[in-house]
Write a protein that binds this ligand. Structure first.
Ligand SMILES: *Cc1c(COP(=O)(O)O)cnc(C)c1O
Length: 371
């Protein structure tokens, strides 16, 4: 059986270095607010080009902290509209509704599967939105230089959900810019299955905005700017020293991790040949967090059954879009037809922990489907 993802196999490469690093943390007696977290924050900021980074508890909290930070700064207030992609994981939207902001869903582009920026711009204008969230879904950078510039000129915030795309990049005026340094602020997740995974939960916020980062840092620590002095009604969203120590080892290997994913995605794109299977668009800056094909002709579930019967586990990202979840009944639009029709076709093929020969094996099996 080829599993969808084998996290132990991924982590075996780093096991010895991780054990040593975690043992050092244990021996140090310092488990929070220590040198591992500050070193990781510095290294993460450098890796994406941002001026500042704060290590936090998880990706959801990173998004919450950014939006709450903008509320505390007076840049956003309850009721303000935030344009968000309909085709995303629910964690992109939960913090927006939690803070009393109003999400305005926008359909994806049919080829990138990511936010349709032209539709997003129309939506910003129509609803007088104060912020836009771009989600670099499946590891593909979701960005439009021209529209982003217009938004910036009009004081509309751009928040990146970079949970799936650490290391992804786009070209801007001949320069490479990394996700996490495109918008006004970005949220990272280091959930164990992400491209850089912790040994549990972890996340981060990056930005160039000194003021925002200080507020985020305070909010993540009960809202205190100094010991026993609380300027905000904050939360506890800190990163553990053990997680920071483990993450530093993986972050140092990011180029290799990204190279391997690109190599496997390229192999799939070259080898898969089946009239029922639509391949993902090749986007050069993508880090291929997921390799998502679309199975046409209502054959998606049959395809997954067939793959399973032939020893290949697959997954769906995401079978039920946020607006179709019971918790969002009556709050989000009842119907987003493009998002829903895509959700009925998605199949994620295993990519994270596969060797190149396993990719070839999976492609050969998929090619024989419904022949
Ligand atoms: C994983 C993920 C999150 C949430 O990150 P956690 O660390 O699991 O809280 C948010 N948005 C997207 C797009 C994700 O894939």
């Amino acid at each position: 059986m080829i599993p969808f993802i084998d996290i132990k196999r991924i982590n075996d490469v780093y096991a010895q270095a991780t054990t040593e690093a975690v043992n050092q943390v244990i021996a140090s007696g310092r488990y929070l607010h220590g040198s591992q977290t500050s070193a990781f924050e510095h290294e993460l900021a450098v890796s994406c080009g941002a001026r500042q980074a704060v290590g936090v508890s998880n990706g959801l909290d990173a998004i919450r902290l950014i939006f709450r930070g903008y509320v505390e700064m007076g840049r956003l207030k309850p009721g303000d509209k935030v344009v968000v992609p309909a085709n995303t994981y629910i964690a992109s939207i939960l913090p927006i509704t939690e803070l009393g902001l109003t999400p305005v869903l926008v359909e994806p582009d049919n080829s990138t599967l990511n936010l349709d920026w032209k539709a997003a711009l129309e939506s910003v204008k129509k609803h007088d939105a104060k912020a836009l969230m771009t989600v670099h879904l499946y590891g593909a950078p979701c960005w439009d230089n021209t529209i982003a510039r217009w938004l910036k000129e009009h004081g509309i915030l751009i928040v990146e959900d970079n949970a799936q795309a650490i290391g992804a990049s786009i070209m801007q005026d001949g320069r490479r810019i990394f996700t996490g340094h495109l918008g006004d602020a970005a949220a990272f997740s280091f959930y164990p299955t992400k491209n850089i995974g912790a040994l549990g939960d972890a996340g981060a916020v990056t930005t160039d905005d000194e003021n925002l980062i200080n507020i985020v840092r305070a909010l993540a620590n009960y809202g205190s700017d100094r010991r026993y002095h609380n300027i905000y009604r904050g939360w506890n969203c800190r990163m553990d020293e053990t997680q920071a120590a483990a993450l530093r080892i993986r972050l140092a290997d990011i180029d290799n991790i990204t190279f391997q994913r690109r190599q496997r995605a390229a192999a799939y794109n070259a080898l898969l040949k089946n009239g029922n299977i639509l391949l993902p668009l090749w986007q050069p800056g993508s880090v291929w967090h997921q390799y998502v094909v679309r199975v046409k002709n209502n054959l998606r579930d049959a395809f997954r059954e067939y793959m399973k019967a032939n020893g290949v586990a697959t997954d769906i990202h995401y079978a039920t879009p946020p607006h179709c979840q019971p918790c969002y009944e009556n709050l989000l639009p009842a119907s987003m037809p493009i998002t829903e029709s895509l959700a009925a076709e998605y199949v994620s093929l295993p990519i994270a922990s596969l060797s190149l020969s396993e990719v070839a094996k999976v492609a050969n099996i998929a090619n024989e489907f419904a022949r």
